[in-house]
Design a protein around this ligand. Structure first.
Ligand SMILES: [Fe+2]
Length: 368
């Protein structure tokens, strides 16, 4: 199985993984032969890449970091939960509303515990590309993805379980305020006007104002919503906090937040691949992001996910087959083209083994 850009797919290609709707229904089952009309439909649904089966990539299995069933359940819990908390707590809370809120927070905690258990019991590097889903509204999926990335980064920080659980709840709720931003502003394809940008920016304060009144939510979790757009250099919002004025949880969230935002499709730009997203984060090292958090985050994610096509500095081309946990930027690769770009009988090399240390990945893409 390998990852390809949809624009390079033609009819007759066999789908390697099922494609899901946002609430978890299968839209196209793995093994389906793509037709021109399927390809067009997927393009219209903003799918950029798909997994396909072909001879060159035979036997390459793509491991999902989180089982799709849990991702689907979590998306549904988040969708209901964010709307419930926003609806109930904007007005004067009633007893019924407080009970509903308490139930929602408990559901969030339960979902997060399931994610935490999976990530602690099966040490992995995260590849959220491994599950292809259609998103109607990006707030819910984004909240889930940020939660998964933050959880992994919090584990890498060596934090205590209760701290990781606070970060998890903070991540699930960090964009609560976006429920109140008008969809035409949230999903505007072009540049935002100053007024629209101010409206967009208000989501962190708005989320905080709601969450600080919910007594099941620790105050530090409300601060995750408030501070996740602050920057190390003080140029962030809403308060322009600097360096150590920013809560450590918010430093973790901001890395996870931007990484997911740039590696996900938005109406105003296509998704970046993980190595491009990582490069972008590094361009903000010490200004937008905490440098230590970036270093840790680099080891949390599959920079070169399985199934990606990579070109080496000696001219050979291969497909990523396996991660090396000790060296995530140097995976195992199945070589399919030689130095002269001629097809060869596939063979595997491990970029992390001592004989291959002069080799570098110079290009990576989702290709056929
Ligand atoms: Fe945000």
């Amino acid at each position: 199985m390998r990852l390809v850009r949809l624009e390079r797919c033609s009819s007759g290609i066999k789908l390697g993984k099922s494609i899901y709707s946002e609430n978890g229904k299968i839209l196209l089952t793995k093994g389906t032969e793509l037709t021109d009309s399927f390809i067009n439909r997927l393009k219209n649904l903003n799918i950029n890449t798909v997994y396909i089966e072909d001879t060159a990539s035979e036997g390459i299995d793509i491991i999902e970091s989180i089982p799709v069933e849990l991702l689907n359940e979590a998306t549904n819990v988040i969708t209901d939960g964010l709307n419930t908390i926003a609806d109930i707590n904007m007005t004067k809370p009633t007893v019924k509303g407080m009970i509903e809120t308490e139930k929602t927070v408990r559901n969030f905690q339960r979902i997060f515990k399931d994610i935490l258990t999976i990530l602690t019991e099966n040490p992995t590097v995260l590849n959220l590309l491994a599950t292809t889903k259609i998103h109607e509204s990006h707030v819910y999926t984004h909240s889930l993805n940020v939660t998964i990335y933050s959880c992994q980064l919090a584990i890498k920080n060596g934090l205590q379980t209760n701290e990781i659980e606070e970060i998890g709840l903070g991540a699930l709720l960090h964009d609560l305020g976006k429920i109140f931003v008008k969809p035409e502003v949230l999903n505007k394809p072009g540049r935002l006007t100053q007024e629209e940008f101010e409206q967009m920016k208000s989501h962190s304060q708005l989320g905080f104002d709601i969450l600080r009144k919910v007594h099941e939510v620790p105050f530090v979790v409300a601060h995750c919503a408030l501070q996740h757009h602050e920057r190390i250099d003080g140029a962030g919002y809403p308060r322009g906090l600097k360096e150590n004025e920013i809560h450590p949880y918010a430093k973790i969230l901001s890395v996870a937040d931007v990484f997911d935002a740039v590696t996900s499709h938005r109406v105003y730009r296509p998704a970046m691949l993980p190595h491009q997203g990582m490069e972008l984060l590094y361009s903000g090292s010490g200004t937008q992001f905490d440098t230590d958090q970036l270093k840790l985050f680099k080891n949390c994610i599959a920079i070169y996910p399985q199934g990606l096509t990579v070109k080496l500095n000696d001219g050979r081309t291969g497909i990523v087959t396996k991660y090396n946990f000790h060296s995530v930027g140097r995976p195992e690769i199945r070589i399919i083209r030689d130095e002269e770009d001629q097809e060869v009988a596939p063979y595997e090399i491990d970029l992390s083994s001592s004989g291959n240390l002069t080799l570098e990945i110079v290009e990576a893409d989702a290709l056929l």
